[in-house]
Design a protein around this ligand. Structure first.
Ligand code: AMP
Ligand code: MN
Ligand code: MN
Ligand code: MN
Length: 281
C-alpha cells in the first residue's frame, strides 16, 4: 500500500479570508493529489461541516482544524488546532470572543486608511468578507488592490497593513495559554503555524518554543507555503532539537494570491516525525 504522505494541514476558505468555498478548496486539493486535508480558517470552525462533506465525496481524509490568532507580548502568532471537535463549547466560546474583536479593529484600520486618503474601506472590506466578525486585513488588502490604490494585495501589506506600517492597528487577540486550552480542551493537537513568519530574534524564538511546548504544543509547521523553501532546513533543525512533530500545509488563500496550491508542497524532510502519525499511519 502506498504510504499516506500528501497531507495538507493548513488551508483557508471563504469562512475566513480564503477565496474558495470549503467545497472548492477540497476539490482543488483532491485534483492536486492531496490524500488528507485540513481546513484551518482564522478563529472559526464554520466551514468544517461543508468541507467534511466534500472530502467524503472526494475520498480525501478530512481533518477538522482552526487557526487561532494569539497575542504573545507584542507579537501576533498563529496556533493551528488539528483534529478539534467543532461542537466543543469551550472552543466555540473562545473563538467567538476572538472574532468579536475584529469589527472594532477594522474600524480603526479604516480610519487610518481614510486619513491616508482612502475613504470607505470599512464598507468595501465588509462587502468582501460577508460578515463583521470575519473582517481581516486580507479583505482590506483585496479592496485596495481592486481600486488600484496598490498593485496587488501583497503591496497593500507592504505599504499600509503590515506590522509597523501606517494603517497597522495593534490588537489584543487570545492569550497563548487561553488558545492552547481551547485546542486541547476540544481534543485537538496544537501546532505552531509558520514559525518563520514572526520576525523573532533567537532569544524570543527559544522562549516562544519553550512556552508553547510547556503548554502542551506538540508540533510546528516546517513545510508551509508561508515559509520560503530555503527556510525549511532551519525549522527542520528546530523540530529535531525540541522534539516537535512536524506539520505540512499550504496556508492556501486563493489562486494568484498564495504561492503554493493545496496538495502541491514538497514532502516533509524524512528525518522528521509527521504530526499525522498521531491519528493515521
Ligand atoms: P488578520 O488576522 O486580520 O490580521 O489577517 C492576517 C492575514 O493577513 C494572514 O492570515 C494572511 O492571510 C494575511 N497576511 C498577513 N501578513 C501578510 C503579509 N505580510 N503579506 C501578505 N499577507 C499577509
Ligand atoms: Mn489568512
Ligand atoms: Mn497564519
Ligand atoms: Mn493561515
Amino acid at each position: 500500500m502506498r504510504r499516506l504522505d500528501n497531507f495538507d494541514l493548513h488551508n483557508h476558505s471563504t469562512a475566513s479570508d480564503g477565496l474558495l468555498t470549503p467545497t472548492q478548496l477540497l476539490e482543488l486539493g483532491a485534483r492536486n493529489g492531496a490524500q488528507a486535508m485540513a481546513l484551518t480558517d482564522h478563529d472559526t470552525v464554520d466551514g468544517l461541516e461543508e468541507a467534511g462533506e466534500a472530502a467524503r465525496r472526494l475520498g480525501v481524509l478530512f481533518v477538522g482544524g482552526v487557526e487561532i490568532s494569539v497575542s504573545w507580548g507584542e507579537t501576533t502568532v498563529h496556533v493551528v488546532g488539528l483534529g478539534i471537535d467543532p461542537g466543543s463549547a469551550v472552543l466555540d466560546d473562545g473563538l467567538r470572543s476572538v472574532r468579536d474583536g475584529r469589527l472594532g479593529r477594522a474600524r480603526l484600520m479604516a480610519q487610518a486608511l481614510e486619513k491616508l486618503g482612502m475613504p470607505g474601506t470599512l464598507e468595501a472590506a465588509l462587502a468582501l468578507a460577508g460578515r463583521e466578525d470575519r473582517l481581516s486585513r486580507t479583505h482590506f488588502a483585496r479592496h485596495l488592490a481592486e481600486t488600484g490604490a496598490v498593485r496587488d494585495a501583497q503591496q497593500a501589506f507592504d505599504k499600509y497593513l503590515g506590522k509597523g506600517k501606517p494603517a497597522f492597528v495593534q490588537h489584543q487577540w487570545a492569550g497563548l495559554e487561553e488558545a492552547m486550552g481551547w485546542i486541547l480542551g476540544s481534543g485537538g493537537i496544537a501546532v505552531l503555524a509558520h514559525p518563520g513568519r514572526y520576525g523573532l530574534k533567537p532569544l524570543g524564538r527559544a522562549t516562544l518554543l519553550e512556552e508553547f511546548k510547556r503548554l502542551g504544543g506538540e508540533a510546528i509547521e516546517v513545510v508551509t507555503g508561508s515559509h520560503r523553501p530555503e527556510e525549511y532546513a532551519t525549522w527542520r533543525r528546530v523540530a529535531e532539537e525540541y522534539g516537535f512533530l512536524a506539520s505540512r500545509g499550504a496556508d492556501f488563500h486563493g489562486l494568484g494570491e498564495s504561492p503554493v496550491e493545496p496538495g502541491r508542497l514538497p514532502p516533509l524532510p524524512a528525518s522528521l516525525v509527521p504530526v499525522w502519525t498521531r491519528w493515521a499511519h
